[in-house]
Design a protein around this ligand. Sequence first.
Ligand code: URA
Length: 297
Amino acid sequence: MAGEAEQLRAYLEYFRDLGVYDLYRRGEPVYELEVFSAAPQLAEVVSAEPSRAVVQKTELPPAAETVSKPTPPSISLRREFSEPEISKLVSFDNLAPLPEVRLSPAEKPAALEAIREDIGDCTRCPLAYAGRHKIVFADGDPNARLMFVGEGPGADEDIQGLPFVGKAGQLLNNMINAMGLKREQVYIANIVKCRPPGNRVPEPVEANTCTQFLLRQVDIVQPEVIVALGSTAATYLLGAKQSLSGLRGRWHGCRGAKLAVTYHPAFLLRDPRQKGEAWKDLQMVMKELGLKPPAKG
Ligand code: URA
């Protein structure tokens, strides 16, 4: 049974990586957790938005007399984010005007550090309360010509506070090296900076709350090329939910950079047959940046 569940989960993740969501999720998410207690018949609906917790109490209809045991009342912890735009999909280009100034190379590290300070010990979205250990800001060169954007930290990243340091990170390092670069020469970040529990896909409210910081990072680094790793990165950077096959193999635009979409390294670990396809995507990037693979030796 456990094996079957694992296999089913692997299939779902496989389709998710290809940008096929609707197999397992319909409509917008509802953040709802039902808790039962032995208190009198009263339902509490708690709006758990961190900054504005509201408790509404609603009388439930009386239990039918024929029921021998009293029905436990339900307490529903419902996280409602009232800003309508928080669940909307907006491309990075439409989120804010492009910056008018370009920072000098020497100014960029401090500008990035200022963003990290703004984030602080963030409690802006539910991921702050979902078992996070460390906020994963980014890694790499503030003056990089090439930026990679993933989905969100996994278990290793959550412990170390750095993006792509687990198994998927090792594969990403190999991909970077195959392009003739070192990891320290690129800039690596994620759509969300806190680990989604169980490595699930970030919910729209989480991604939309967090991407304001990624957008500022992109505007400071101002890479020439951005590579969206997998469907979640492509969805939020481009503001459109499309299958990866429809997005790969051509250039998109993002904050003045050229944006390419490729498979997420975790997907490539699950389906290594797709590595050749990912290599084609990376070759398109190498051509744009004038990179040559390292000489074999
Ligand atoms: N997967 C991601 O999308 N990002 C990481 O940092 C690690 C794994």
